[in-house]
Ligand binder design. Structure first.
Ligand code: ZN
Length: 277
């Protein structure tokens, strides 16, 4: 009698972090039934009957969660998808739109602030003019561009023209409110990204690779700024602070450096351009 009472009145325990991560990996970081990267942890037959058990849990986006709660989506179909989740066989998830608008946009990478100025300007970090962590403005519309890779050049997160795509090479991805965190491996965060629409993006932590260049920023750089280093450790550059208006840092040299590139690094040496350097 007392045991029964205790079970009935005991508080539901939180879902262990390791179980949540296993579920995220199993579903390739989206809803079991669609490409939405925003989801809840769902007990298919109810927490009371199964408790927190990997085999009996799934991820459902708010829409599919609502349908199941309302009885329009049967548990049997959810279970079928849970065993073969929508995104698991795909190398990348579908695109999820972000909601940025207006001509004035701010990209904060570590303690550096990049500000857009006018049309066809790219701000942030670029590789030969192609933005890899930043914003470009096209016909008055701001478009986020991110190409995040690990040391083996496997894509971890791709944001192309403002659409988020999570890549299966990531060890873990969490979305909590406005913050997206990408792990390249246990204990290593490749990116912490705060989306503050309509006009601000913050990167308080970055530790990724692009075309043989190791990029570290914010808490990953050791001093809060941006640090670039090539694989052979022969070329490197460090920046801290400042507001950079209407231009970008280009991490690799090219024959035709765009006029809005403030800074260029080649494999062996750094070249400095633009104001403030
Ligand atoms: Zn869904």
């Amino acid at each position: 009698m007392f045991d029964t009472l205790r079970v009935m009145t005991s508080k539901r325990q939180g879902i262990p972090a390791s179980l949540k991560r296993r579920l995220r990996q199993h579903h390739n970081f989206t809803c079991a039934m669609c490409p939405s990267p925003i989801y809840d942890y769902e007990h298919i037959d109810g927490y009371a009957s199964t408790g927190h058990r990997f085999e009996d849990m799934t991820l459902l986006c708010p829409r599919h969660h609502r349908e199941k709660t309302a009885g329009r989506l049967p548990a049997s179909l959810v279970r079928k998808y849970r065993n073969q989740p929508y995104s698991t066989r795909r190398a990348a998830t579908g695109g999820h739109p972000t909601h940025f608008a207006g001509p004035s946009q701010f990209m904060l990478i570590g303690d550096l602030t990049f500000e857009t100025a006018g049309e066809n300007r790219a701000v942030g970090l670029a590789d030969q003019g192609e933005v890899i962590l930043g914003i470009r403005v096209e016909n008055g519309a701001p478009l986020i561009e991110i190409d995040l890779r690990d040391e083996a050049n496997r894509p971890l997160l791709i944001v192309r023209s403002g659409e988020l795509r999570f890549m299966s090479a990531s060890w873990d991805i969490t979305v909590e409110g406005q913050r997206i965190t990408i792990w390249s491996e246990p204990e290593t965060k490749a990116l912490v990204l705060d989306l503050n629409p309509p006009n601000e993006i913050r990167v308080p932590h970055a530790d990724f690779w692009h075309a043989g260049i190791h990029v570290r920023a914010g808490t990953a750089s050791g001093y809060g700024g941006v640090q670039l280093r090539d694989a052979g450790e022969s070329g490197h550059a460090s920046f801290s602070g400042g507001t950079w208006i209407g231009g970008h840092f280009d991490i690799r040299d090219s024959k035709n450096v765009r006029p809005d590139a403030f800074f260029v690094i080649s494999n062996v040496s750094a070249t400095f351009r633009g104001p403030g350097l």
